[in-house]
Design a protein around this ligand. Structure first.
Ligand code: 6PG
Length: 247
């Protein structure tokens, strides 16, 4: 399993930026574009800020970068809990990324189910235009994922019926009641698992227990964490500041 541990937060985000740049250049060389799916929450904020810093701002092939989201809270883009809003403030507003390359989940659409369907149509249209087929699952070049302390990824929570979704690419969900914003829209597992590369970014001592549990991967199938169902056809990498090996 590809686990990369960096105790220094700056080095960790720098290494992830280098990896994003590497995959971007490889994807553009092969297919003429790079499709990058951003995760939300707090963890990736430092990474996104790093992307806007001079070195990466200058070297990323922004013109060919296309941005999507793994999930979104059902709030307006200027809401403090918006994943789009966090990424916009952290780097999108600071880099030369063409506006037509940015595909946020449109949370102003009501009801939420319609917003989810619209995002699925957006993905179909994008991949139809880029590869002439809209029926096949989207094959994103790189999906960034965080890890919830409860083992969730995107807005896919333990025990959710959406974990078994195998028709729709995007679904509206209700997060468990411990979450401030419960109404969310998320990519489904078939889409995540069809990615060429999936990178988990997990930081902070409060994630040590869940990360060890996930990597141990010994839970019974009927009690598995969503993060353990992420088994992409492509590469799966973990970048963390958490020392897992007990010395
Ligand atoms: C979201 C994220 C979610 C996140 C985890 C970890 O919208 O909240 O996409 O899946 O990655 O909840 O969140 P933190 O980084 O805030 O711990």
């Amino acid at each position: 399993m590809n686990i990369y541990t960096f105790r220094d937060p700056g080095q960790l985000t720098g290494e992830v930026c280098k990896y994003i740049n590497k995959i971007a250049r490889k994807s553009i060389q092969k297919r003429g574009f790079f499709s990058l799916v951003l995760s939300g929450g707090k963890t990736p904020k430092a990474l996104y800020e790093k992307l806007s810093e001079h070195d990466f701002r200058a070297t990323m092939p922004w013109r060919y970068v296309n941005l999507f989201w793994t999930d979104e809270r059902y709030v307006t883009k200027d809401h403090p809990e918006s994943n789009y809003g966090m990424a916009f403030n952290a780097f999108i507003s600071k880099v030369p990324l063409p506006e037509e390359n940015i595909f946020p989940i449109e949370t102003e659409i009501e009801p939420i189910q319609k917003a989810a369907l619209l995002y699925e149509e957006t993905l179909r249209a994008f991949f139809n235009e880029k590869r002439g087929q809209s029926e096949l699952l989207p094959s994103f070049d790189l999906i960034l994922l965080g890890l919830g302390k409860d083992g969730h990824v995107a807005s896919l929570y333990q025990g959710s019926p959406v974990l078994k979704e195998n028709k729709h690419w995007v679904r509206a969900v209700d997060a468990p009641d411990i979450y401030k914003i419960r109404k969310r829209i998320t990519l489904t597992l078939p889409v995540i698992n069809n990615a060429r590369n999936v990178l988990f970014l997990v930081t902070g001592g409060d994630k040590k227990a869940i990360l060890k549990e996930i990597l141990k991967n010994k839970r019974p199938t009927d009690d598995i964490y969503p993060a353990q169902i992420v088994k992409p056809s492509g590469n799966l990498l973990w970048f963390t500041d958490i020392e897992i090996k007990e010395n």
